[in-house]
Design a protein around this ligand. Sequence first.
Ligand SMILES: NC(=O)c1ccc[n+]([C@@H]2O[C@H](COP(=O)([O-])OP(=O)(O)OC[C@H]3O[C@@H](n4cnc5c(N)ncnc54)[C@H](OP(=O)(O)O)[C@@H]3O)[C@@H](O)[C@H]2O)c1
Length: 270
Amino acid sequence: MDFGLTDRVAFVAGASSGLGRAAALELVQEGCRAAICSRDEDRITDAADFIRDEADVAADRVVPLVCDVTDEDAVTDAVAKTVDAFGGLHVLVTNAGGPPSAAATEVDLEDYREAVELNLMSTVSLCEAALPHLRTAATEDDHARIIMVTSVSAKRPIPTLALSNTARAGVQGYAKSLADDLGPDEITVNTVLPGYTRTARLEDLADDIQAETGQSYDEIEADWADQNALPRIGEPDEFAATVAFLASERAAYVTGVALPVDGGRSKHLL
Ligand SMILES: NC(=O)c1ccc[n+]([C@@H]2O[C@H](COP(=O)([O-])OP(=O)(O)OC[C@H]3O[C@@H](n4cnc5c(N)ncnc54)[C@H](OP(=O)(O)O)[C@@H]3O)[C@@H](O)[C@H]2O)c1
C-alpha cells in the first residue's frame, strides 16, 4: 500500500527514544521529512542520527529540536522551526513521557497538575501551535493529520497509574472534540493507545513493580503478556506502523478513533 507520505512533513514530539522515535523512523522510512523533539539535546541529536542511519536518508530530512512540551513558548518555537526548515507541516504526532506510577490516594494535587501539564496540556499546546500550518496543508495538499499517543489506561484504567489514567482521559475527550471541530477542514484527529510495549518506560514500570513485589522482570513481563490476546509484549515498530497508517493519505476517512495497539489487551466489544 502506498501511504502517500513522500515528502510530507511530520513533527513528532517526545522522540528521542521509545514509541516517539519509532514513529518518527517509520514516517521517515515512508518518505516523510521529520522534525523530532525532546528535552535533551544529546539524546535528540542521537535519535536523529539513528533515524537517518536506519532509514538511509540525507541529514537534512530529519531535524532534531530541543523542546520541553510542557513549555508553551518552546512548543510554538519548535513548530515554527519545523515550518522554517521544511516549508510546511502535514502530520503532528503528540507524545511525551509518562507520569510516575502511583495509586490515586498516594499522590497530591501538585502531582496531578504535573501529569495534566505533561500529557494533556502539552497535547493542546502542540495542536494549537500546529493548527494554522495543518489548515494550510489540508487546503493546499489535501493532507493533514493529528495523531495523539495516549495509553490503554485511557480505556481501562490501571490501578497503579492513577496520574496516567486521569490525564489520558482528558486527552481522549480533547481528541474527540477536536476531531469534530476540524472535520470540516478535512483534518483528521486520532489517538493511538499503546499497550505494554518494549521501551525505557516499560522498564521503569517494571522497576516500580519489582520494588513493590520482589517479582523478577521475567515474571512481571509474563503477567503483562498474559493479559493480552497475543501473549507477548509489543515492539515499538509495531506501534509505529499504526501511526504511519493514520498519518497516511489512505486514512483520510478515519477520524475521532481511539485505536489500541495492545496485542488484544482491551477486552471491550467496541
Ligand atoms: N511503552 C509502553 O508500554 C507504554 C504503554 C502505554 C502508554 N505509554 C505512553 O506512551 C508515551 C511514550 O512512551 P515510551 O514508552 O516511548 O517512553 P520513553 O521511551 O520513556 O520515551 C519518552 C520520550 O518522551 C520524551 N519526553 C519526556 N518528557 C518530555 C517533555 N516534557 N518534553 C519533550 N519530550 C519529553 C523523552 O525524551 P527526553 O528524556 O530526551 O526528553 C523520550 O523521548 C508515554 O506517555 C508513555 O506513558 C507507553
